[in-house]
Write a protein that binds this ligand. Structure first.
Ligand code: HPA
Length: 233
C-alpha cells in the first residue's frame, strides 16, 4: 500500500475512493481523514497534512499522520511538499526530487523514551521511481537537491535565505519531519517538491503569500500527472 501525504490538494479526481477513515493514534488524530482507494491501479491512502481547515505547518501532528499510515499497512510514502527555490536556475513551476534534507534546529521523533538513532536518508528506490515518473510526464525537474526545513509559519528573512542558499536548493516547512518519522517506523519516504516561489530575496520581485498560493494551485496539475505516472508503473 502506498501512502500519499499532500498539502492542500484533495485526492486527484482519478482516485476511486473506497472509504474515508477517521483514525486515532497514541499521538492524537491525524490532520484529516485517510482516503483509502485506488489510483493508477495501485492501492493508496491519501492524507492531507493541512487538513481541510488549514492546519498551519508548525501545528501539524506529523506523528499522528505517519502513525496512521503505518497502521493502515502503508509501506511507501510519497510526500508532496510545497517549497521556495534558493536558486535562480530553479524557477517556480519546476519540480525537485530532493536527495537529502537539513533541519538541525527542529528534530522530531517517535522515540521519546528509549535510545534509537536512525541515520537519516531519503529512500533511494522510491526517489528513483519519482524521478523516472517526472521524466515520463515530461515535467522540468531536478533529480537532486537539499531540502532545508524551517519552522514557519512565517517565511524566511532575506538574511536567512542568504545564509541557507549556501547549503540547499529548496526551503519548505514539512518534509524533514515526515521523512524522519517514516524512517523511524520503517516506511520508505521520498518527496515530490513543487517549487511555488523564489525564496525571499532570490529575485527582485516582492514575495507574497497570495502569489505562492496561486502558483501552488497552478502546479497541482503537474504534480497529479507525476503521481499518476508513478502509480501506473
Ligand atoms: N519558504 C518556506 N516554505 C515554503 C516556501 C518558502 O519560500 N514556499 C513554499 N513553502
Amino acid at each position: 500500500m502506498i501512502g500519499i501525504i499532500a498539502g492542500w490538494s484533495a485526492p486527484p479526481a482519478e482516485m476511486e475512493i473506497a472509504e474515508t477513515r477517521e483514525m486515532e493514534t497514541p499521538f492524537g488524530a491525524p490532520s484529516d481523514h485517510c482516503a483509502i482507494g485506488r489510483l493508477g491501479g495501485k492501492e493508496v491512502v491519501f492524507l492531507r497534512r493541512h487538513g481541510t481547515e488549514g492546519i498551519p505547518p508548525h501545528r501539524i501532528n506529523h506523528r499522528a499522520n505517519v502513525y496512521a499510515l503505518k497502521k493502515l499497512t502503508v509501506t511507501e510514502v510519497i510526500g508532496i511538499n510545497s517549497v521556495g527555490s534558493l536558486s535562480e536556475n530553479v524557477p517556480p513551476g519546476h519540480i525537485v526530487i530532493p536527495h537529502d534534507y537539513c533541519s538541525p534546529w527542529a528534530i522530531i521523533t517517535f522515540y521519546e523514551h528509549h535510545v534509537v538513532h536512525i541515520t537519516p536518508a531519503l529512500d533511494a528506490a522510491l526517489r528513483e521511481k519519482l524521478i523516472q515518473a517526472a521524466a515520463r510526464a515530461n515535467v522540468a525537474h531536478e533529480t537532486e537537491g537539499v531540502y532545508i526545513q524551517t519552522t514557519g509559519p512565517r517565511l524566511e528573512t532575506k538574511a536567512e535565505i542568504a545564509l541557507l542558499k549556501n547549503f540547499g536548493l529548496v526551503v519548505g516547512m514539512t518534509m524533514a519531519h515526515e521523512a524522519t518519522l517514516c524512517q523511524e517506523v520503517g516506511l520508505a519516504y521520498a518527496s515530490i517538491c513543487s517549487v511555488d516561489n523564489y525564496c525571499h530575496g532570490i529575485i527582485e520581485a516582492p514575495l507574497t503569500e497570495k502569489e505562492i498560493a496561486r502558483k501552488a494551485q497552478e502546479n497541482a496539475a503537474t504534480i497529479r500527472r507525476i503521481l499518476l505516472r508513478v502509480l501506473e508503473e
